[in-house]
Write a new protein. Structure first.
Length: 634
């Protein structure tokens, strides 16, 4: 077969795999609870039920944070119950918490009303989740956000120059030195340059970036950018242990072709191998300190052509997706979507190859390590391998998109000349077409080895029908034994990509913003009594300092003239847990939710005359319904 035929055959296999899988799921129609309960032989089901049942009033053992894809949000659930607990809006407004309505969150969101959140990343200390911050990327607008795990709120959203479609993000180094960003879809460089797609190979470029995390307050700032060839930088991970100091990204389309109407799925699959890009961030830091960079669009950009030692390519089976570093940090695992194997690379061999300059070639100043010198093994896991997680007991779990299954396989060491099939020790079908998977504390240096969640792309009607727009499924799997056991089906908000599971006792969320607590510096416009409540007019600006408490607003009447600029600061003076108040002005699209002890500000123009009611939107007391007032516009 010539190259094109091989390619067609591979794609056909991929498609057949998909359909065979889809057909199989029609065999077992879902059953109503009653039917299943009477079926007999239910000991497996009963055990699964016991394993996932969290009695009323009891708490889950873990938090699951799963990305919401193009909903721009993060969802929080408990494990093992899989019950949804909270929604954290990040890149999209969310009326439920008033996010995107007050001045501060509106400014963070900027001109966008959505984002595409894929990969949550926890801050880490010594390779363990430390429960301080959660980061997440926006694949659409090239942004990165930081959420505080003290109050589960988005605190910062940054955009950096020259990055297009930030997908290989947000992967965090073992001591939270850096979180990654990367260009998935190469564009002309520098940012804002126009070049037609016919000039893709010569004028388009990729960028990978290291974003510094302030160790005290988590503030994100750009550390450096590295100019890389116009490939598509897909997924990433940060090294640890022997690979500490290195960052990894898979990339596809190393053909560097974008042919109009040419189908990227075909043109980007011509070569047998694509790459893992490996960046030595300490070398990048040194290059910045030595001034070996150019400032382009305000970003310090390192050019591998001029600065050796910052970046390397590792060849990998074509069209790779996931790259994952094992808990020990020694094994780097990359999966090519079109290959039925996953490849294990040895960090010790990688370091030796760099020292010996054992390179196959150089691409745009970036040396390509010799594949056979750095590869440890190719593991025949199955069709469509995407992502890999770990149990901390020497096993890895790889999601198989085409096969719709999870493969459990053994990490090295392997016997010389052994048949690698023996190291794939178990396979569990999932329903249906798994993307990412996540193990409890699975990205840390000590995974817990008990729970695994399969994040499936299709749910295929394993739930009450809700019309054509149906949820994805998330399946909880027990990985404590030799064989994986399916425990529970959960259904998720759209459209989860990655997730993280953290031990619940690692988080210490606050209950209220305590008055006088130095952790929550007083809002400059906070007021704590009716005496301080007031309305001041300066020219055509009306400023209101409002207090909310069970069950009234002070002041409860605001009089302005049409065209006035209106600034309202609302402080919820409650210091009792769960005593939230809302502040909504009807027909003015104003909807604040103020937590106990919190102050929020909204600025707007009174452009409609008339009388508008305002009221509390959060049920707060028996007299909640009476918590209202009037906004009069003359
Ligand atoms: Cu595989 Cu964006 Cu990590 Cu979706 S990505 S599955
Ligand atoms: Cu305050 Cu309802």
């Amino acid at each position: 077969m010539n190259k094109r035929n091989i390619l067609r055959a591979t794609l056909a296999l991929f498609v057949i795999g998909l359909f065979v899988g889809l057909a199989a799921c029609g065999k077992k129609p879902p059953q109503r609870r009653g039917a299943r309960a009477g079926a007999g032989g239910t000991s497996d089901l009963a055990n699964a039920a016991l394993a996932t049942y969290v009695a009323p009033g009891d708490l889950d053992e873990y938090y699951l944070f799963y990305s919401g894809g193009h909903s721009g949000q993060i969802f929080v659930a408990g494990v093992p119950s899989m019950r949804h607990i909270a929604t954290i809006p990040v890149f999209s407004p969310y009326p439920g918490t008033g996010y995107g309505f007050d001045d501060e969150s509106k400014e963070m969101l900027g001109e966008y009303t959505w984002g595409d959140s894929h990969h949550p990343g926890f801050s880490e200390t010594n390779g363990e989740y430390d429960g301080r911050w959660l980061f997440i990327n926006d694949n659409a607008q090239g942004r990165l956000a930081r959420i505080s795990l003290r109050d589960f709120k988005t605190k910062q959203i940054i955009t950096i120059p020259n990055i297009s479609a930030n997908h290989g993000s947000s992967f965090v180094t073992p001591n939270s030195e850096y979180v990654t960003m990367a260009t998935r879809m190469s564009v002309p460089f520098p940012e804002g340059t126009y070049a037609d797609v016919t000039e893709y190979a010569s004028e388009y470029q990729g960028i990978v970036a290291g974003i510094k995390i302030d160790p005290d307050d988590g503030n994100l700032t750009l550390g450096w950018e590295i100019l890389v060839p116009p490939f598509n930088y897909d997924l990433g991970d940060a090294g640890k242990g022997p690979s500490d100091g290195f960052l990894f990204w898979t990339c596809y389309n190393s053909e560097r072709e974008f042919i109009e109407g040419g189908k990227l799925e075909v043109t980007a699959s011509q070569k047998d191998k694509d790459y893992i890009l490996m960046v030595d961030y300490r070398e990048a830091d040194k290059a910045i300190a030595a001034g070996s960079f150019k400032t382009i669009k305000g970003a310090p950009v390192i050019f591998p052509q001029e600065t050796a030692g910052v970046a390397y390519f590792i060849p990998l089976a074509k069209s790779p997706h996931g790259v994952d570093v094992s808990p020990s940090g020694r094994w780097i695992i990359g999966s090519g979507k079109l290959s039925p194997t996953t490849t294990v690379f040895d960090m010790e061999k990688i370091k030796a190859a760099i020292a010996a300059k054992d390179f196959e070639e150089t691409i745009d100043g970036i040396p390509v390590l010799t594949y056979n010198s750095v590869r440890e093994a190719e593991i025949p896991v199955g069709l469509g391998p995407l992502h890999t997680q770990f149990d901390g007991k020497g096993y890895a779990y790889t999601s198989l998109f085409v096969e719709s299954a999870v493969a459990k396989w053994k990490l090295p060491p392997y016997d010389d000349g052994a048949d690698m099939n023996q190291y794939v020790v178990d396979k569990l079908p999932v329903a249906y077409n798994i993307g990412h998977l996540v193990a409890a504390e699975g990205d840390s240096m000590s995974p817990d080895g008990n729970y695994l969640v399969a994040l499936n792309k299709l749910s295929k009607g394993r739930h009450l029908s809700v019309g054509p727009s149906i949820p994805e499924s998330a399946q909880l799997i027990d990985i404590t034994g030799d064989k994986m056991k399916l425990l529970y089906d959960a259904f998720t908000e759209p459209e989860p990509h990655y997730a993280l599971i953290i031990k619940a006792d690692k988080l210490d969320p606050i209950e209220v913003y305590k008055k006088g607590d130095p952790e929550w510096p007083q809002h400059p416009n906070a007021i704590w009594s009716t005496e301080e409540a007031r309305i001041e007019r300066k020219g055509k600006t009306v400023e209101v300092w409002m207090m909310a408490v069970r069950s009234f607003f002070a002041p409860d009447v605001i009089r302005v003239n049409r065209g006035d600029k209106v600034i309202v600061h609302v402080t919820n003076i409650e210091q009792t847990r769960d005593e939230l108040h809302g502040f909504a002005i009807n027909e003015y699209n104003i909807n604040l939710v103020i937590d106990p002890g919190e102050t929020k500000t909204v600025t707007f123009t009174a452009d409609k005359s008339g009388v508008f009611a305002f009221y509390c939107t959060n049920f707060c007391s028996a007299l909640h319904q009476e918590m209202q007032g009037y906004f009069l516009v003359k």
